[in-house]
Structure formats: structure tokens, C-alpha cells
Unconditional design. Sequence first.
Length: 422
Amino acid sequence: MQLSILKCISCGKEYALTDVRFTCMCGHLLDVAHDVHELKKKFRLSKKYFNGKRATIHNQPSGGVWHFGELVLPSVKEKEIVFKQEGNTRLHQSKKISSWLGLRHFYLKHEGENPTGSFKDRGMTVAVTQAKRLRQKAVVCASTGNTSASLAAYASEAEMTGLVLIPKGSVAVGKISQALAYGAKTLIVNGDFDDCMRLIFEAQEKLQAYPLNSINPFRLEGQKTIVWETLQQLGWKVPDWFVFPGGNLGNTSAFGKALHEASELGLIEKMPRFAVIQAEGASPFYRAFKDGFKELRPQKAHTIATAIKIGNPANYTKAIRSLQWTNGIVESVTDNEILEAKAHVDGAGIGAEPASCATVAGLKKLIENGIVKPKETVVGILTGNILKDPQAIVDYHIEKHGELANPPVDIEATIEEVKRFL
């Protein structure tokens, strides 16, 4: 009996996990579909099982993604796993931010605490592991930054060639520097992210380079664990809301799948709601949501939040499915609202890149509009580290963009000047 297969989300056609493919013959996306009931019986999966599990990989504590390996890639052997101790990120609570939002029970799950500074590491450990199992020699991605950094690090760990395609002028220096430092072959494309996505399909077909964007269903298997880890940290008490940014909609797709599987396994008894937050200048999913998902109208994306600067999200159909499972909604926020929220997140000593702070900006808007209630429990996802985009921080504070701006002050080299300033 096969415990896991590749399965089309539209027509249901099935493929073996060993097939190197990312879309069905009908053109739609594939899931890694698990027989969760058989897995539950085989491994005796339960809340108690995961709470008591103390596994290691390569003689290191696993935790994180591979803590839930039975539901991610159950057929994998330990020696095949490409692993950098990703996951195990903290749930932060801040009185400052909660007070500003007007929420009593608010948590921030900070995925910027992963090895390369973003949630992408969770997906990359699984996708690069699968590439290694398939004997692939090269991996490729289109990236607005975080994916390229993660691919470069994990390709290096796996001793594979890493190739990243980056849209010209759309990537923060903190991210492209990682791709260069970790040794990936980096190509700056005269086009946008969607042009880069088109090229990775051609690279897979003509150059035998294995794509690691979120069209790769194994990527989403790793990203599912953000939700499971959060639930375990909360003692398996389900929050009322998960709020997170939406760009290519990989997390939206992965999180919904995680909760659907958790429900089937009996790990949760109710579904939380999703709120997906997009930047106003890159909001095709929000616009489709407002129109009842009649159609997706791609747009030329413009936003300071480069990690979600995507005008034609590849995981659109999977993301709709996640909203249906969770009675979810989509909201959009302006760049100014993102920067204001970022100043509050940074000022609380937590810190995150602009796209992450769309989470908090969108939540503020949803509370003000009465959609999220002050008494509800909310988990917000911060997807990237504060140092991913240092220029955005410097510009905000030095150019005094908001009331929380904290510009540096020039003084003479005397203690009297220091005293006068204080």
C-alpha cells in the first residue's frame, strides 16, 4: 500500500512520488497526498505521540519540520534528509503590539528565526531532500529574495548546483547577498517575478534543473509544519485566527492542508479562520476574493514588501481551497500601513521584514472593521527576519516617514553633548 502519492487537485489523477513533475497532465497543480488514516495507524499518531517525541537527525535534535516527518515525507530515510535544524521558532507575545492592536490574546510566530532567516527553510529541507532522492544534480528557483537565499544554503548542504533567477530591481540587498554568499549561480532577469517563473519551467524541461518554488508540492509539505508546531506550542488549543501575508500563496495553500490533515487525524476539533494579507500594489488574490473568485486577474506588482511582490500567484487554486476549508478572508494594506505596523513590530524588539509586517497591518485593519474581535485569540505569522531588508528600516527612520521614526542625531564628541541630548 502506498502511503503517499502525487495527486492532481483538480482531476484527481495520481502519480508516483518518484515522478519528476509539478503539474498534472490536465495542467493543474499536484498535492503530496497522504493516506492519513493509514499513517495514523502505522505510527499511532496523536497529540500525545508528538508531545512525547524526541527524535534526532544526523545525531542532532530534529524538532521543527522533521518532528512531524510521518506526515511530511513518511517514506524518507534519515540518511537522505538535508537538514539544518530548521523550525522550532518561537511564539512571541508583546504587550506593546497587543495594546496597539486592541487584542487580548495575540501571538507572533516568527519564522525569521530559521537558519537563513525565513520560513522558506521549512519547505526547502523537504524539497531538496526529495531532489536528492530523485538524484537531481541541479535545483532552480525564481525568487524575490527569500527563496533564493534558502535554496542556495540547502543546495550547498546537499552538494548540488543551485541556480536562482531574480527580477531586476525587485530584491532587497539582504536577500541577494545570501544567495551570492552561499554559492548559488545568480541570474538577474530583465523582467518581473512572473517572467522568472516562466523561465524555471523551461529550465526544468530543457536543462533538467529541479524547480524549488512553491509549485513544488514537497515545498508545501515542509511549510505545513508552521501550523502544526504552533498548535503544539499552544497545547493543541486552536486559535480563532491565523493571519499571514500572501504573495505566491504557498503558505496559504500549505496551512490549509495542514489544518485539513490535522482535522482528519483528530488533532483538532475545530477549524480556525484564515486572514490572508496582501500589499495593495500586489493584490490579485484580494481582488479575486472581493469578486467571488470568478477569475484571477494578474497585475504588475508594486510594493515595498518585496517578498510578496507577486502579480500572478502560482498557488491560486490551492489557496482558494484553503479559504474554503477555513472560512477564510483576504485583505489588502498600503505600503504606508505596512511601514507603520513594521515600526510597531520592530519597536517591540521583535523585528521583521516589511512583507511579514503586512500581517500586523492587516490585522489592525480587520480589528478596526470589526471582523476580528478583541476577545479572540489570534496567531500572526512573521515570515522573514528584520535584516532581510535593512534599507527599508534606514529609509523609514532617517527620512522620518512616520510618528515612530527614530532618526540618528549628530553631536560633538563631548559628554556634555550626550547629556544635552538625553
